[in-house]
Design a protein around this ligand. Sequence first.
Ligand code: ATP
Ligand code: MG
Length: 215
Amino acid sequence: MTDSGGVLDILCDIDFELQRGQTVAIVGASGSGKSTLLTLMAGLDTPTRGTVRIDGTDIFALDEDQRAALRARKVGFVFQSFQLLGNLTALENVMLPLELAGRRDARAAATQLLQRVGLGQRLGHYPKLLSGGEQQRVALARAFVVQPALLLADEPTGSLDFATGARVMELMFELNREQGTTLVLVTHDRAIAQRCQRLITVEAGRALEVAEAPA
Ligand SMILES: Nc1ncnc2c1ncn2[C@@H]1O[C@H](COP(=O)(O)OP(=O)(O)OP(=O)(O)O)[C@@H](O)[C@H]1O
Ligand SMILES: [Mg+2]
């Protein structure tokens, strides 16, 4: 990656393979490269070297449009900073990926999921009128709503109180069980990391697998 200060190596020597349906926690100190790793896995950032395959497809061999189309079909992403669209209501934010996929039941499906994350009373609110935790839940609903094969979430419970965070985690693990969604979570929460089958620790840009639960 290059910035105004020249070339900066953020991640290197990273090589791992995830099986469909696995639950994976990515942990590590602030600034170690966890968010960078997650954005590379989604093809939202391009590596200087190396590649990422999703279901056998080399995502960096695709052009922007093809990569966006593959992402729309298979990948849900929850940003650390939520990245909701400010000119759309909570409901419209969650409906958007469904509408882009041509789903006629977008409104009903988005409403149902927002109710499931406890935001049934906030459908018409714009992001700036929502608390941080509420925005985080809208972002989660938007990522879930297309039932992605792969869900990448950057500290998905970071802004939530204990009870809401626990409910949101249950929802993610339910999705994993019900739909075989592969879950990759960046988290600082030990309890969440321990519930995952694999634990990948990022340390100064290198990924170290410290534990893999028996299959
Ligand atoms: N676009 C960018 N240009 C230059 N440097 C960047 C860019 N994005 C991230 N970095 C740097 O890369 C390093 C890793 O950042 P990253 O956001 O991946 O860390 P993180 O592990 O997610 O941290 P946190 O736990 O605080 O979210 C940091 O030193 C950061 O300053
Ligand atoms: Mg981060």
